[in-house]
Design a protein around this ligand. Structure first.
Ligand SMILES: C[S+](C)CC[C@H](N)C(=O)O
Ligand SMILES: N[C@@H](CCS)C(=O)O
Ligand SMILES: [Zn+2]
Length: 309
């Protein structure tokens, strides 16, 4: 167990500053919609980069004011290929200003996110998509985000093993110095959504010195405890978790099905258990809101600072 070497300074400083557990923000797209954005678009939340950047600013500010230490950018579904399909041409991006001690995490959604059909919840891409095609698909975007001034790259909602391997190789081939986190998703509490072994996926992440934290996002809260235990078996890197509300996504209509989600109270009732199991970066994903993050903040404020890290 543990190919990770020394803990990264970024994570060490962050966790020291936050008393052992740092707070990740909640659903970005969820809040953009609440502020009136229509995300029924192939670019999903990234559409707002074009149409309403002020809303993105508002949502990031709301999460910071709710207590988040880490905010995740609107680049989840911002792909070169997606922008080109809208008639944009390729240009280098501008700098993102760093604001310490806040961490800006540049989101990279999976190939399945780009497909815009909910494939990041199946991880089944078909035979034409392999390690090499995935590396080429992500290469330019990852390089742009690495040069953007972001503090880390958040590979999110990784649904299968081959995409994790593609990211690791890409980081190496392009000598990406910005640290990365890998967040997988699961729909059974055991494996990642494609059915690939979470243990194998987490091991791939653990072996890369460029990966500074490994965990789970956009997964129902009820599965998280068991998933943390699995990841803990194969890595000593910090474990991050930012579950969704437990609702299901209907990609046909680009809406969430309401009947399966948990309340904020239920969500935060898990938080101390997740930290006890080994998570040290905790937040929310889709359908969580600044209220969720505020509740996490309050729960953690009452937690002893010598809690397990
Ligand atoms: C994390 S999912 C809700 C993102 C949206 C999806 N890729 C789609 O375009 O429908
Ligand atoms: N970080 C993304 C969702 C990942 S599933 C967002 O909230 O827009
Ligand atoms: Zn999500």
């Amino acid at each position: 167990m543990g190919h990770s070497g020394h803990p990264s300074p970024l994570m060490t400083d962050l966790l020291r500053h936050s008393g052992g557990v740092a707070i990740i923000d909640g659903g970005l797209a969820t809040e953009l919609e609440r502020h009136g954005a229509d995300l029924n678009d192939p670019l999903w939340s990234a559409k707002c980069l074009l149409t309403s950047p002020h809303l993105i600013h508002t949502v990031h500010t709301d999460y910071l004011e709710a207590g988040a230490d880490i905010i995740i950018t609107a680049s989840y579904q911002a792909t070169i290929q997606g922008f080109e399909a809208k008639g944009y041409t390729t240009e280098s991006s501008g700098k993102v200003l760093k604001q310490r001690p806040i961490i800006v995490a540049a989101s990279v959604g999976s190939y399945g996110a780009y497909l815009a059909d909910g494939s990041e919840y199946s991880g089944i891409y078909g035979e034409a998509v392999n390690l090499e095609t995935l590396k080429e698909f992500h290469r330019r975007r990852v390089k742009i985000l690495a040069e953007s001034g972001a503090d880390l790259i958040a590979f999110e909602t990784i649904p299968n093993k081959v995409e994790a391997q593609a990211y690791v190789e890409l980081l190496e081939e392009e000598n990406i110095e910005v640290p990365a986190w890998f967040a997988f998703n699961s729909k059974d509490g055991i494996n990642v959504v494609s059915g690939d072994s979470l243990i194998e996926c987490a091991t791939i992440a653990d072996r890369s010195k460029r990966v500074v934290a490994v965990g789970i996002n956009c997964t129902p809260p009820r599965f998280i405890h068991e998933l943390i235990s699995s990841i803990r078996k194969v890595t000593t890197k910090p474990i991050l978790i930012y579950p969704n509300s437990g609702e299901c996504y209907d990609a046909e209509i680009k809406e969430w099905v309401h009947n399966t989600g948990v309340s904020d109270d239920d969500f935060v009732s898990y938080v101390n258990k997740w930290c006890d199991a080994g998570a040290c970066l905790v937040g929310g994903c889709c359908r969580t809101t600044p209220n969720t993050i505020r509740a996490i903040y309050k729960t953690l404020a009452n937690r002893s600072t010598d809690a397990p890290m």
